[in-house]
Design a protein around this ligand. Sequence first.
Ligand code: PYC
Length: 320
Amino acid sequence: MSAAPPREIEIVDSHTAGEPTRVVVSGGPDLGEGALQHRLARLRDEHDDLRRGVIEEPRGSDILVGALLGPSADSTCAASVIFFNNAGYLNMCGHGAIGVAVTLAHLGRIGPGRHRLETPVGQVGFDYGGGSRVTIENVPCHRLLHSVTVDVPDYGFVTGDVAWGGNWFFLVGDHREQLLRSHVHRLTDVAWRIRRALEQGGITGAEGAPIDHIELFGPPQDPANDSRNFVLCPGGAYDRSPCGTGTSAKLACLLDDGELRPGQTWRQESILGTVFEATAEIRDGRIVPRITGDAYITGHGRLLFDPGDPFRQGVSETAR
Ligand code: PYC
């Protein structure tokens, strides 16, 4: 250890349906006041070392999603939250919001009841019952493009929908893959090549936003569920949970196609077999998704950043 004291960051770790969330409770940078989008820009442009140090090796890993807690300008919100991962910053994160809810309860900052979080893309409500179970009311979702076909090199034509669920997704049912846990390396490769083909074809979300999540769908393993998915996240890791924003994007497509009615429950199974229960309602002409899942606290402690540690700012695991 060097003479100067290490920087300390308090964190709470949890997982939601198998997908981890690391909440930064204190020790983060002062991002000032103002709109959360501006605070996110300041974090990205001036303090990206926080994201790297918390997420990358040797303290983290590619599969972690981080969540920086902060104050909210809106007194009806329990907190503001900025989500990040190994590739950068996320607009919203469904499993992460469920993890944040259970973390706030663990910290004694909320009790059972209805609460709200401020995210960079809008407010997200949540119902917390006092245990592991949380229902989030996500930002409105919608389908932007229906049946888009891309030519994926060395794979062939793949058709899917482009939809928003708090992040941009390409949702594919017509692949030739088996959605098995033992196939995750192949699934990752196929999904990554679909993502590249979308980029090369100039297919984006609204206003040129990159489609940085790819979602493959197939039949569920458990007949109690409606569907199984494999979700590739922006930095090349796959979501262990059914993906809250991805399930929201799926709801938008199902409602548009008349395959699900408002209020009807959709049980989305993940590649691990864990489940989110989802419903949607139409409010002011917009589709508002509700996602229910369970999160569990796995740790509560301090990360130490020794100024003399050559890896204090993290080492990227991702070679992509
Ligand atoms: O649950 O929305 C989600 C999510 C996005 C990336 C990883 N999980």
